[in-house]
Design a binder for this molecule. Sequence first.
Ligand code: ADP
Ligand code: MG
Length: 406
Amino acid sequence: KYHEEMAKRKKLHNIVQETKGNIRVFCRCRPLSKVETSSGCKCVVDFDGANDGDIGIINGGTAKKTFKFDRVYTPKDDQAEVYADASPLVTSVLDGYNVCIFAYGQTGTGKTFTMEGTERNRGVNYRTLEELFKIAEERKDTVTYNISVSVLEVYNEQIRDLLATSPSSKKLEIKQAGEGSHHVPGIVEAKVEDINEVWDVLQTGSNSRAVGSNNVNEHSSRSHWLVITNIIFHFSMEYLPACGKNGLTFIIFFSMLCIMVRAKNLINGDCTRSKLWLVDLAGSERLAKTDAQGDRLKEAQNINRSLSALGDVISALASRSSHIPYRNSKLTHLLQDSLGGDSKALMFVQISPSDNDASETLSSLNFASRVRGIELGPAKKQVDTAELQKVKQMLERSKQEAKLKE
Ligand code: ADP
Ligand code: MG
């Protein structure tokens, strides 16, 4: 009865998720900094429609352009508030979906603040993993999860393992391991048992990001930073005899479990895995003409290439193109298994409120709204609002029932 209830709840949860589409874009604006305020910068971002997901930018002093996103955060919204909207994706990861969460935007707009945060003001990375462990603990009677974490950096189209003892010594390549599965042989996959271990791993990764570069901030704004959580599912066998000797009951129970965690691979005989990618992207700003030479030019070209490759992959998926250009950059090649199909993605587009940054802000908002306008994965089921309403009510009811039982 309990499992039936759980399966029903999960199924309803997934239906609600799916009707929202597979890629969502949230826009977050940081506050004006002290330096900006004291040097007379003005806020050109208009939050009047923020509750409805609208954000306006006053461009060139007069014209206002408005963009629509799934959620808009004003400078007053804190880390907990931002995380609350990302949290349903954690359940999806433990249901067997691959999930990507990105932060996109100009350098200095809060990408690292949103993803990594600070010790006192932790960001999406830590909070996501914390909830992952919490849900795993709640489900431990039926499923156990083996969780491991890798931390990679992509800089100038080269992958560096930030958990390796000597990160720069080996050249890392992406290899295909069976259909639809890519991996980077030789990278450290740190097995983690609880959230305290995760914090240490994230710190190690973060510290080695700076190693070997003269200017830590500059380097980090020109590289993509990826925290990859690998999850392997194991089903508790002690629950199976409880289904009785009747073979049919066993099969029904087993299929239900498989559906519950979307364990397609399990039915095929493999074990089930899912992946969570937390990505702090390189700064999206265009290069000033005066800087366009030497190493700086090469870096900028590589960043441009990978960020536009990301946009291209998403549009190709949306237009159901037969060729998805994953291989055009290391970033998209790495993310190949987790972009498209029935995986879920969330992009934070980070912006600055300052008039000085208005043209970069406009370009980030344009990129992000292009991403938001498209739909990844299998055709979205047409769910009319009445049906959606019914599903939501059912979900609410089954939650109440479950609460009563507890
Ligand atoms: P990026 O990674 O995009 O280059 P950072 O995350 O380093 O930007 O943020 C730049 C500065 O702005 C940092 O000092 C950071 O603490 C601050 N900041 C960013 N977003 C916020 C926010 N929402 N609230 C307060 N401070 C923020
Ligand atoms: Mg940063």
